[in-house]
Design a protein around this ligand. Sequence first.
Ligand code: 6GU
Length: 228
Amino acid sequence: MRIDIITVSPELIKSPFEYSIIKRAIDKELIEVHFHDLRKYALNKYGKIDDYQFGGGAGMVLMIEPIDKCISELLTQRNYDEIIYMTPDAKTLNQQTSNILSTAENLIILTGHYKGVDQRVRDKFVTLEISIGDYVLSGGELAAAVLCDSIIRLIPGVLGDETSALTDSFQDNLLAPPVYTRPAKYDDMEVPEILLSGNFPKIEKWRHDKAVKRTENIRPDLFNLKDE
Ligand code: 6GU
């Protein structure tokens, strides 16, 4: 997979790609991530990329020309499965969307800033708009990093243990069950005996029951999402 990220602040978004699982995926050449500084596509030598909004109102809007230049250049080089725009006024990211996107060959991710981008960018180029939750961030960069992390860990070969992405919370609309490691007894707190039993069918059932219970308590809404 190749991901092209278009941003006003490349430095803000780069570091999550330099550690841990994502770094290993890049080192193993399972993914390629390219950062494009929108300012390099600016209209003038001062790096102008935004302007006041028509009709008045606080906040600057990213202009269409620099974004058009950047996206058009990428489109001459390859086809993209999706051109994604990160914005709070969009559908919320969920595991199903990440699963689908993890099968893509090429993705462009455009991150907004200030008041966002000129609507015509969305009309002309964007094929998918994603928010990461019902709260406002200062820019789309951190949201793009979240999206990339959730996608990249699903690509075959990225996680060492092939099964572990499948047992994550949300893969079956259930929260994950509790997990324990050594020591088996800490002060007066003991690991549930079943986990030490070696009876794997029973352990699986215990885990499933705990997952259901946790979901009922914390996220009952997830039970209504099954067919979405
Ligand atoms: Cl994608 N961008 C911004 N600026 N804020 C957000 C968001 C995105 N998702 C949730 N809040």
